[in-house]
Write a protein that binds this ligand. Structure first.
Ligand SMILES: Nc1ncnc2c1ncn2[C@@H]1O[C@H](COP(=O)(O)OP(=O)(O)OP(=O)(O)O)[C@@H](O)[C@H]1O
Length: 286
C-alpha cells in the first residue's frame, strides 16, 4: 500500500536547512506521556509511563532487549496508540488527531523502515519520497525545491555524491546516512532514531556518531529521541537519558545524572561500571 502523506514544501527556500520550525518551539513540550501503558496479547509492553521531551532536548532511550524501547518509539511515531493513558506529540493528542497530518512533522528512522526501502531505488528518491511519507516513487509530484532539499540534506550528511546510485548498492554505513537524510527531509520538529548505529563496524559507527553529534549540537536541531542498547553508541549532543527495563522507567533526566553505574546495573540486571570520557560513555561488567 502506498501511504500518501502531505508534502512539506518550501524548506529549501529557507536560509537554514534544519530547524526552521524548531526555532519557535525551543523549550515547548514536544512529547508528553501521562500514565501511558501498552498491552498486547495479554503482555504489558509499557507500564504507566510519565515522560516529557521539550524543544531543544535530545534524549537517548537505553535498555536491554525487550525493555519496550521500540514500543515507545511506535507511540511517538503515531504508529500505535496507548492502551491506557495519554500520548501527546507536537501538541496533538493521539486518538484526537489525524495522524497523517502529524507524521510529516516527525522524522523517523528504524531498521524495520529501512528493510522496506526498495534496493533498486535511486538514493535521491529514497530521501525525496519522505516528503510524502511514501516508500518508492510512484505518482507524487515534486518540484525543484524538493530536489534541492534532498540534495542539500544528502550533502550535509556527506553522501551527496551517492545521490544517483541505487540504494541497494550502498555499504551499510552509507545506507545509515541515507536513512538519516530521509528522516531529516521534511525538516521535522521531532526526530526519532531507532538504533541508528546498529550493524556498523567500528569505523562506520564512529563516523555516524560524529555526523549525529554535529547535527545534535546545532542550535537548530529538532528535539530528538534516539534508542540504543549500547552506551558507546550515545553521540555527543545527547542531553537527557531515559532508562527502561521490562516496560518501566528505571531513571530519567539529564544524561550525566542518569548514566550512573547504579542505574545501569539495575537496567541491565548485572553489576556494571560506566566511564565518561570527552562526552562519550563506556560500560562494562565489574
Ligand atoms: N505485538 C506484540 N504482541 C505481543 N508482544 C509484543 C508485541 N510487540 C512487542 N512485543 C513484546 O514486547 C516487549 C518489548 O518489545 P520492544 O520491541 O518494544 O522491546 P525493545 O526494548 O525495543 O527490544 P530490542 O532491544 O530487542 O529491540 C518484548 O518482550 C516483545 O516480545
Amino acid at each position: 500500500m502506498v501511504e500518501v502523506w502531505h508534502a512539506v514544501r518550501g524548506s529549501a527556500h529557507d536560509p537554514a536547512l534544519f530547524g526552521v520550525r524548531v526555532a519557535e518551539s525551543a523549550g515547548d513540550v514536544v512529547v508528553r506521556l501521562r500514565s501511558a501503558s501498552v498491552v498486547r496479547g495479554g503482555a504489558t509492553l509499557l507500564a504507566d509511563i510519565d515522560w516529557e521531551v521539550r524543544g531543544g532536548e535530545h534524549w537517548v532511550v537505553l535498555g536491554p532487549n525487550g525493555a519496550g524501547k521500540t514500543t515507545l518509539l511506535k507511540l511517538l511515531s503515531t504508529q500505535w496508540h496507548p492502551t491506557t493513558g495519554e500520548v501527546e506529540v507536537l501538541g496533538e493528542r493521539m486518538g484526537a488527531v489525524d495522524v497523517f497530518e502529524l507524521r510529516p512533522r516527525i522524522g523517523f528512522s528504524s531498521a524495520a523502515l529501512a528493510d522496506r526501502l526498495p534496493a533498486g531505488e535511486r538514493v535521491r528518491d529514497v530521501v525525496l519520497t519522505a516528503s510524502y511519507g511514501t516508500i518508492g516513487r510512484w505518482r507524487e509530484q515534486y518540484d525543484e525545491a524538493d530536489f534541492a532539499r534532498a540534495h542539500a540534506v544528502l550533502a550535509r550528511l556527506g553522501v551527496g555524491h551517492l545521490r544517483d546510485r541505487r540504494y541497494g548498492s550502498l555499504s551499510e554505513g552509507e545506507r545509515k546516512r541515507v536513512q538519516l537524510a530521509r528522516a531529516l527531509m521534511s525538516d521535522p520538529e521531532l526526530l526519532l532514531l531507532d538504533e541508528p548505529a546498529a550493524g556498523l563496524d567500528l569505523g562506520g559507527r564512529e563516523d555516524l556518531l560524529a555526523q549525529l553529534a554535529h547535527l545534535l549540537q546545532s542550535p537548530t536541531a529538532p528535539a530528538t529521541v534516539l534508542v540504543t542498547h549500547h552506551v558507546e553508541e550515545i553521540p555527543r549532543g545527547i542531553t537527557h537519558g531515559l532508562l527502561l527495563r521490562a516496560g518501566r522507567i528505571v531513571a530519567r533526566g539529564p544524561l550525566t545524572e542518569v548514566l550512573t553505574a547504579a542505574n545501569l546495573s539495575v537496567t541491565f540486571a548485572r553489576d556494571l561500571v560506566v566511564e565518561a570520557h570527552d562526552g562519550r560513555f563506556f560500560a562494562r561488567s565489574i
